[in-house]
Design a protein around this ligand. Structure first.
Ligand code: AMP
Length: 179
């Protein structure tokens, strides 16, 4: 762990912007774009992840559509390992596995390419925000369908009162910060 990790996290946390009633009334949206826009802050965020994962023998990173892509791809680059995508239905061009999950209103289907994970591969799944946990649970289901082993799931930020962690079962859950 780098010595300044605590203050780095505090700086990052102070830079997350709350947007009330977006995308619908009652939701406080955690806007991470101020971190992306600042080269130092973005690098700090990726350093927190890379410090944690560089010695965990992760073999593949799975990135969740769409803001998860931003953190996951930078982390995969730093660690020098491959990136596999979880995308909303209809975006991936090759053969896919799919899973559907419930949202607050309605449902959503996500997909992965059938060859994007090798059987037994040690996988880290990355997303920006853990809210109710439904999206991550669906991603874990897809990795499971492909025979991957989810070593840990990682988020830039966790919204604790929504208790998404509890939906994820026994898999270790890391969040760089909690709200
Ligand atoms: P959930 O499936 O409820 O855990 O929602 C997680 C997904 O929705 C993540 O991919 C987030 O990008 C997004 N999300 C849900 N709630 C919020 C929020 N309050 N602020 C920012 N992103 C959110």
């Amino acid at each position: 762990m780098i010595p300044t990790m605590h203050s780095a996290t505090a700086r990052l946390k102070a830079s997350v912007r709350d947007i009330p009633d977006f995308p619908q009334p009652g939701i406080i949206f955690k806007d991470i774009t101020p971190i992306l826009q600042d080269g130092q802050l973005f690098r700090l965020a990726i350093t927190i992840f890379s410090e944690r994962y560089q010695r965990k023998n992760i073999e593949q990173i799975v990135a969740i559509d769409a803001r998860g892509f931003l953190f996951a791809s930078a982390l995969a680059y730093v660690l020098g390992i491959g990136l596999s995508l979880v995308r909303k239905k209809g975006k991936l061009p090759y053969k896919t596995v799919q899973t559907a999950y419930d949202l607050e209103y309605g449902s959503n289907t996500v997909e992965m390419h059938i060859d994007s994970i090798k059987k037994g591969q040690r996988v880290l799944i990355v997303d920006d925000v853990l809210a109710t946990g439904g999206t991550m649970k669906a991603a874990m289901d897809l990795v499971g369908q492909l025979g991957g082993e989810v070593v840990e799931v990682a988020f830039f930020a966790e919204i604790e009162f929504l208790q998404g962690r509890e939906k994820l079962g026994k898999v270790p859950v890391f969040s760089a910060m909690k709200f």
